[in-house]
Design a binder for this molecule. Structure first.
Ligand code: SAH
Ligand code: SF4
Ligand code: F3S
Length: 450
């Protein structure tokens, strides 16, 4: 067996792609390994969303260079270095100019070609290979391999790319046009995952709720209908999806939250800014009022649903009044948890050439203010769980002896202790006793559900 090391940055879709790379390379004799030092191939799956993410790629590549040089010195063996993901797509050959020890650059739409690209690398000739094409045949058609062990929870990409062109965002350029995977291919993969022991599937897409495809009788299906179909798979117990766009939140999907027990009460719905002026400059194509209406409707059908979101702080032209508006909306929604980022200029995006960029210090202080409010909301949400009994999927062992880590329906991490040895993958009832900023603790009820 040859050894494969993969390091992944970025969103869940990148993590899914990395899992697929493992599945893809397994029949070619590669086995997953957890260190660079004695691996035959090193894949760095990268993210281009913010400048910092890109810097991470290059510093990581520097560390990899040192480790493969050491391996060569000690054992005489060459290692292959491949850069995949969105930096690969955006920068192509430039990566090899800056980091000449890289052998392969492969984009998110062409990594299914990795086995051939690896076979072509000749360490003596030091030849390089770049494949950042957007293929005509969707990559999923070529990625229908057996799945390796994923543990109790797995990602499943059902939609990729984006046609929305928000002015700050690189995704339409790195992942390409919006594409919805056909129903059969999704169901087949879901069944494979379940056969491999998975209990929870998180459906992924840059705009997952924009997914649509023909159902078996040629009727158009949206995400709500797809979830209903997946819910029929017997041993699939928990269904989640992310990330959603406010404009694609249709009634079918909202009703699914009321009607489908396996669909978890959690919705990640980014707003980006609470100011309509900024939303317009971002080309988000909706107002705050429309966003709040969606939240209201979702809560009408599923009152206890946990709402999460994303915010970009300090977008070009953001005034203190715009910032206040963002805070007001955050206070109105009351998030269970949300992500916030300082606006980061992305080359090639329209907002990159806007002239009125916000001062870094102002961005930082606004970000701090927003994060403080979001932290308080998260703490409040977590505290509200104390005294309730939650149905928890056990994901892995905790750091302490006898401790387990699971996930609550509302996407909270929850720790509990048990003498039982084999709880991973089971569903247990947990009485929540304590709440912290990022987790809960609780006691397991004696009667295990499964
Ligand atoms: N498709 C999703 C988000 C995908 S990108 C949506 O439309 O909401 C994930 C998150 O990264 C975004 O929600 C946004 O908050 C953040 N992001 C994207 N581009 C950014 C940039 N240039 N600077 C800072 N944050 C950014
Ligand atoms: Fe980026 Fe906007 Fe598309 Fe989301 S909807 S992926 S933020 S362009
Ligand atoms: Fe990053 Fe690409 Fe995902 S830019 S956030 S890895 S789609």
């Amino acid at each position: 067996m040859k050894k494969l090391f993969i390091k992944t940055h970025g969103c869940q879709m990148n993590f899914y792609d990395s899992e697929k790379m493992v599945d893809l390379l397994k029949p070619h004799g590669y086995q997953l390994n957890n260190n660079v030092e004695d691996s035959d191939i090193i894949v760095l799956n990268t993210c281009h969303i913010r400048e910092k993410a890109v810097e991470k790629t290059y510093s990581e590549l520097g560390r990899i260079r040192d480790k493969i040089a050491l391996r060569k010195e000690k054992t005489g063996k060459d290692s292959i270095v491949a850069v995949a993901g969105c930096v690969a797509q955006a920068q192509g050959k430039e990566i090899m100019r800056r980091s000449p020890w890289v052998d392969i650059v492969v984009g998110p739409q062409s990594f299914q070609n990795l086995p051939e690209l690896i076979a072509k690398v000749d360490p003596i000739k030091k030849n390089k290979h770049v494949d950042i094409n957007f293929p005509v045949i969707p990559k999923f058609d070529q990625l229908n391999h057996e799945v390796h062990d994923r543990g109790p929870s797995a990602f499943l990409t059902i939609q990729e790319g984006c046609d929305k062109f928000c002015t700050f965002c690189v995704v339409p350029y790195t992942r390409g046009a919006e594409y919805s995977r056909p129903v059969k291919s999704i169901i087949d993969e879901a069944k494979k995952l379940i056969d491999a022991g998975v209990k929870e599937i998180t459906l992924l897409g840059q705009n997952v709720n924009a997914w649509n495809a023909n159902g078996p009788n040629k009727k158009k299906w949206g995400l709500g209908r797809l979830i209903a179909e997946l819910a029929k798979i017997k041993d699939l117990e928990f269904i989640r999806y992310t990330t959603s766009h406010p404009l694609d939140m249709d009634l079918d999907l909202i009703e699914a939250h009321r009607d489908i027990e396996k669909l978890m009460p959690y919705l990640h719905l980014p707003l980006q800014s609470g100011s309509d002026n900024i939303l317009k400059l971002m080309n988000r194509k909706h107002t705050t009022k429309q966003y709040l209406k969606v939240i209201e409707k979702v809560r009408h059908y599923k009152p206890d649903i946990a709402i999460s979101g994303d915010f970009i702080i300090g977008f070009p032209g953001e005034s203190s009044r715009d910032h206040e508006s963002t805070i007001n909306v955050i206070n109105e929604v009351q998030y269970s948890q949300a992500y916030s980022f300082k606006y980061s200029i992305r080359p090639g995006t329209p907002a990159g050439i806007y002239y009125n960029h916000v001062d870094e210090k102002v961005k930082s202080s606004r970000l701090q203010e927003v994060q403080e409010i979001l932290r308080e909301q998260q703490m409040r949400f977590n505290k509200n769980s104390i005294g309730s009994t939650l149905k928890v999927l056990v994901l892995k062992h905790g750091k302490k002896n006898g401790q387990y880590l699971g996930r609550s329906p509302f996407n909270q991490s929850i720790y509990f202790n048990s003498e039982e040895l084999n709880l991973i993958g089971s569903t247990v009832d947990i009485d929540v006793t304590e709440a912290f900023q990022n987790s809960l603790t609780g006691k397991m009820k004696i009667n295990k559900c499964t």
